[in-house]
Design a protein around this ligand. Structure first.
Ligand code: SF4
Ligand code: SF4
Length: 130
């Protein structure tokens, strides 16, 4: 399952993820990471039955952990079929049908949020991750 880990500025320089992995023995597969001076945000996969263990280890160290269990939402009424999302999605959620309408396969979504920023018409949204 996918989780988002938010790391505030006061613990940004601490190796909390490495410590949590070492303490629990639970591996994290990181698919997205953003760090700047004010905060860090990491999206990672963790085995479902190990979520509670990892979540506790991270939260004990001051991180905020959110489950990302809802894939991309596409608002067909807002979509102007510009195709911008097709080129940026790393898992090919979007495609053009023969009649050039947009096809969306939500099951392929890894919730990276890249398309949300790219959509010029706010037709795409992610619960808990934008
Ligand atoms: S980027 Fe937005 S408006 Fe353009 S095709 Fe994708 S969902 Fe539709
Ligand atoms: S959130 Fe990422 S994986 Fe999901 S549809 Fe958008 S670009 Fe593709």
């Amino acid at each position: 399952m996918k989780i988002k880990i938010n790391i505030s500025s006061d613990i940004l320089t601490k190796p909390i993820m490495a410590e949590a992995i070492l303490e629990t023995g639970v591996l994290l597969n990181i698919s997205q990471a953003h760090f700047d001076r004010s905060h860090g945000e990491v999206v990672a996969d963790v085995e479902k039955d190990k979520f509670e263990l990892m979540c506790k280890a991270l939260m004990d160290r001051g991180a905020k952990v959110t489950k990302l269990d809802t894939p991309i939402r596409w608002d067909e009424n807002e979509c102007v079929e510009c195709s911008a999302c097709i080129s940026v999605c790393p898992t090919k959620v979007f495609a053009l049908a023969d009649d050039f309408s947009l096809e969306v396969d939500e099951t392929k979504c890894i919730q990276c949020a890249t398309c949300v920023d790219m959509c010029p018409h706010n037709a795409l949204s992610l619960e808990n991750n934008k």
